[in-house]
Every structure is written in structure tokens, then in C-alpha cells.
Design a protein around this ligand. Structure first.
Ligand SMILES: [Zn+2]
Length: 370
């Protein structure tokens, strides 16, 4: 046999072994899903087909959990979900509440520049308002009683940031910090028993003073506002439904990204949140934030290292905010990265996007169901 034939034979062996590993890898996915109860979830925001047909298709695709807002969780939807043994998780936004803000603009969080916490469609309520927090918890109680979902998925439970447009080389100091309205400043001073000097009148000056003198305390205080809200919601819903599964949508920033912005900017301290929830789902939309598909696993690893609860990444199906296409290959790589250890499954964002791309459904089917 000449060297060329040897080379062809060697290449053939490589391809064969590659296929064997690929098939074994896929088998492992379906085994993990079946035997270890991995989540294969889909976020659904609007329905354009008969729900019965949708559930049939989700079933065939291997979807075992549907994340949906209350508007979709009517009786027919819930009965179909039960029939197909698909879990229903209700998505509830917490500090993103356009109706509340528009009817009472006094609720807006305030940035370190002294302006409303608002960027394009993202606008946030100040997280220290007792009345708002109570009303939100009461409304969630009502929703759980009325819709009886299997789980609750807390979205926008954090401080303001339009993270969807924060790219890898973003200087941390350019990311807005909140909330510097009178309620938060008052509560921060009371809780820490300190006084902001009277000579400081403008919010940017006050924000600088806090940053220069009390940054660790400010960050911890911000995190507590979020953790306590999660704790209070979870306690309230478990009084009604003790076994309800609770998820938190996590901003996909690792501990050291953007100078610890996951705590100092968003106030999401996963090591504390962990005690109150069943799972955390980082919104690892790699294409959107200009990251490679492999980054999905690095976020899951970083998060899992901080917590004991399950971590299930949510991945993007199609492009968002950017013009470059999210290719089928990129989607496949993201899905494979999402299922790598220590992940406990995957959630697709969103059904509306997946439904437009049959070739991406095919990828999902082949990776999950073999
Ligand atoms: Zn505030």
C-alpha cells in the first residue's frame, strides 16, 4: 500500500471514530434526559397554531418543559401539558414592569448618572419599594392559585442593565449602576448606619462617594435586595404549593466578567440565591453577546461552581439585536456546549424562533433524541 492509500485509510478511520464518538455522545444526551431527569425546555411567548398540534410536536422533539407567561397557561394548555407529561413553568417578570412604571413613573430606578433606568425597551422599577414588592408577591400568589403551574420562573429579578448589548470588551465603568433614587439612598444609609455628606447634592457625586468609600457594602446591599425578594416570593408560593419548582433567570456573566458586575451591577449573588431556588438558568445567548458557542459551557461551569442547585442554560435559536445570521452549525455547537457537564439540560429561547427554522428543529431532534 502506498503512502497515499495509507493516508486515505487513516482519514477514513478518523471519520469513523468521530462518528462513533458523536453517536455515543448523543446517546449519552438521551440517556441523561431519560434517566437523570434532565430538562429540555422551551420558552414560548405566543401561540399561532392549535395547542393540541403544538404539544404533539413538542413531544416529538423531546421537549419536556414549557416556560410560558400566564397569558398562555389557560385550562386547555395545562390539560394538554399534563396529557403529554410536559411540565409548565410560569415566567413572571419582577422588576421589569412597564405597566407599573407608566402608571407611576415615580417607581423608576435611577442610575449613577441621575437619570431613569431605561434603555430602549429595558426599564426597571426601583427594587427597594416596599409597596411594589408586596403587590408583586401578592399578585404571584394569586397567579399560582389561579393557574397552578408546576413551576415558577423569575425573570428580571435583578437591578437594571441592558446586558443583551454588553459585549466582551466593554469597559466595566461604562455600565450603568443603580439604584440611586431617594428610597434606596435612604435605606442604604439606615441599613448600614452611615451618612452621606450633606455637601453632596447631585446623584453622580453621591454615586462616586459611595463607590470610593463603600463599594463592597453597596454591592452586598444591592445583592441582598434581590436575594430577599427571591426568598420572600419563594416562601409565599410554597405556602400555597409546597413542591413548586422555582427557577431564576440569571444574567450570563461569570464571576470575574466586567469587574464582578454580576454582583456590583445586577445584584445577582448566586451563592446566596441558591438556598431558595431549585435551579438557575443563565441566559447564555452566545451569538447575541458576541461569544463563541463554547462560552455557554464556561458560564455554566462558573455558575455551577458557586451553587448546589441545578444549572440549566438557555440558548438562543436565532439572531437578536445583531444583523449577522446565527447559522445552523452555530446553533448545533451551542446546543452541544449547553449539554456539557455540569449542565442539567437545556432551554431554547424561543419556540417562535425555532418554529421558523425546520433545519434547526432537525438539529435539536438529532442531538437530543438519538
Ligand atoms: Zn431605588
Amino acid at each position: 500500500m502506498n503512502w497515499k492509500a495509507n493516508k486515505i485509510l487513516a482519514s477514513g478511520m478518523f471519520i469513523f471514530l468521530g462518528l462513533v464518538f458523536l453517536i455515543a455522545g448523543n446517546r449519552q444526551h438521551s440517556q441523561q434526559i431519560r434517566e437523570h431527569g434532565w430538562m429540555v425546555g422551551i420558552k414560548v411567548y405566543a401561540i399561532e397554531r392549535a395547542p393540541a398540534l403544538l404539544f404533539q410536536e413538542w413531544d416529538k422533539l423531546g421537549i419536556n418543559t414549557v416556560f410560558a407567561p400566564q397569558s398562555l397557561l389557560n385550562t386547555e394548555f395545562r390539560l394538554l401539558a399534563r396529557k403529554h407529561q410536559i411540565k409548565t413553568i410560569m415566567i413572571v417578570p419582577i422588576f421589569f414592569d412597564t405597566d407599573a412604571l407608566h402608571s407611576n413613573p415615580n417607581l423608576y430606578a435611577i442610575t449613577d448618572d441621575g437619570v431613569l433606568a431605561k434603555e430602549e425597551w429595558v426599564e426597571f422599577v426601583c427594587p427597594s419599594r416596599k409597596d411594589y414588592r408586596k403587590l408583586k408577591i401578592d399578585s404571584i400568589r394569586t397567579l399560582i392559585r389561579e393557574f397552578d403551574p408546576d413551576g415558577l420562573s423569575l425573570d428580571f429579578i435583578r437591578h437594571f442593565v441592558f446586558w443583551e448589548k454588553v459585549y466582551p470588551n466593554c469597559p466595566p465603568e461604562t455600565i450603568s449602576n443603580t439604584c440611586f433614587d431617594s428610597h434606596c439612598l435612604q435605606k442604604f444609609q439606615e441599613d448600614l448606619n452611615l451618612l452621606i455628606p450633606d455637601s453632596l447634592l447631585q446623584i453622580p457625586e453621591i454615586a462616586d462617594w459611595i463607590r470610593n468609600n463603600y463599594l463592597p457594602e453597596w454591592t452586598e446591599w444591592k445583592c441582598e435586595l434581590i436575594t430577599n425578594m427571591i426568598r420572600d416570593i419563594v416562601n409565599a408560593v410554597r405556602e400555597i404549593k409546597p413542591g413548586i419548582e422555582v427557577n431564576v433567570h440569571a444574567v450570563p456573566w461569570r464571576e470575574n466578567d466586567f469587574g464582578n458586575a454580576i454582583k456590583s451591577v445586577t445584584g445577582q449573588d448566586f451563592s446566596k440565591i441558591d438556598a431558595h431556588v431549585d435551579m438557575l438558568s443563565p441566559m447564555t445567548y452566545a451569538h447575541m453577546v458576541k461569544q463563541k458557542p463554547e462560552w455557554v459551557n464556561s458560564v455554566v461551569q462558573d455558575l455551577a461552581h458557586q451553587v448546589k442547585c441545578k444549572v440549566v442554560p438557555s440558548i438562543q435559536v436565532n439572531k437578536a439585536y445583531l444583523t449577522e445570521p446565527l447559522t445552523v452549525t452555530e446553533f448545533e455547537k451551542s446546543l452541544i456546549a449547553a449539554l456539557k457537564k455540569p449542565s442539567s439540560g437545556v432551554i431554547f429561547w424561543s419556540w417562535e424562533q425555532l418554529d421558523e427554522y425546520p433545519e434547526k428543529k432537525e438539529i435539536l431532534r438529532s442531538v437530543l433524541n438519538k
